[in-house]
Design a protein around this ligand. Structure first.
Ligand SMILES: Nc1ncnc2c1ncn2[C@@H]1O[C@H](COP(=O)(O)OP(=O)(O)OP(=O)(O)O)[C@@H](O)[C@H]1O
Ligand SMILES: [Mg+2]
Length: 288
């Protein structure tokens, strides 16, 4: 019997769905609450075949991935993929390098340079986001120079070290929705529209989800974007623009509770299947 470790902090609906899917497939699930373990390589007893990292906390997740990878345990997603996806700047760089269409972006540490970057981005409005952030928190739509100066000063004086990096993007007109596409290993399994009257369309901020049919173009761009960051268990935020699709960002510990219903696809089941497949392929590699 395959033994899967679920690395978690708060157990959300998603983790419950993954546990249910595992049990249905006869996979033994070992729940590891990262808040309750000591990452001690000498005393930690590994009694599972693969670890699935599902921590709400990025810091805990990162250390846990590093720890288990260094003990020789396969972890999904890998540290390489998690490191890229948790950082919007690194993600943008990977997408650009791989030729995946993505909104124009820039990073600056200084107000004068940020003002210069606005020009390169095509003028106001621009979006400023914390490079390491989620759930649409601390996103700012900057409509003019006054707003840019105010946000800069607030971040400079009140923010932590992370807020010294101003990650900026061109503002993309997206007609009240963006697309979230789920890519599991090599396969784009489903996608939803996230619809909101607000320009921030996170479901954590109240956006509604509807099934989005997978066109060939969407499958191609989502597949390319997933490969660009290393591939794995990923959710992509994609804008549908007049110039075609643009991949905004890639998420590596995605929430999907609002997407299984509209798509009719069991994302949790696909995650567990991929864990099993990954393990089989890795075992084969290790034995060859
Ligand atoms: N450049 C942009 N132009 C227009 N809308 C944007 C832009 N960037 C972000 N948005 C809107 O804000 C939402 C949240 O932005 P983004 O996905 O980049 O950050 P996040 O949701 O905080 O990160 P995560 O998905 O990791 O939780 C997007 O889904 C989109 O609706
Ligand atoms: Mg997002």
């Amino acid at each position: 019997m395959t033994r899967l470790a679920l690395l978690h902090s708060t157990i959300r609906k998603e983790e419950k769905l993954i546990i249910e899917s595992s049990i249905k497939k006869g996979v033994e699930v070992n729940l590891i609450d990262l808040r309750e373990i000591i990452l001690d390589p000498v005393r930690f007893e590994v009694n599972f075949d693969l670890a699935l990292e599902r921590s709400v906390s990025t810091v805990k997740g990162n250390y846990a991935i590093s720890f288990f990878e260094s003990l020789g345990v396969p972890v999904l997603n890998s540290l390489k993929v998690a490191t890229i996806c948790q950082d919007k700047f690194l993600t943008s760089m990977c997408l650009l390098k791989a030729g995946v269409p993505t909104p124009k972006f820039a990073l600056a540490f200084d107000l004068e340079k940020a003002i210069e970057a606005v020009d390169y981005l095509g003028g106001f409005p621009v979006i400023i986001k914390p490079p390491l952030g989620s759930w649409g928190r601390l996103l700012a739509k900057i409509n003019d120079l006054d707003a840019l100066e105010a946000i800069f000063e607030h971040k400079d004086l009140l923010g932590g070290p992370q807020h010294k990096a101003l990650y900026m993007q061109e503002y993309v007109e997206k007609n009240g929705h963006d697309i979230r596409a789920f890519v599991i290993g090599p396969e784009v399994i489903c996608a939803v529209y996230r619809i909101s009257e607000h320009w921030i369309t996170n479901t954590a901020r109240g956006a509604k989800t509807e099934n989005c049919l997978l066109s060939d173009e969407l499958v191609e761009i989502a597949g390319q974007a997933a490969q660009a960051v290393g591939g794995g268990l990923l959710a992509l935020d994609i804008f549908e623009t007049e110039d075609g699709f643009k991949v905004n960002e890639v998420n590596h510990t995605m929430e999907f509770r609002n997407s299984e219903g509209p798509t009719g696809v069991s994302i949790s089941s696909a995650i567990v299947d991929y864990c099993l497949r990954y393990l089989k392929e890795n075992r084969f590699k290790n034995n060859s």
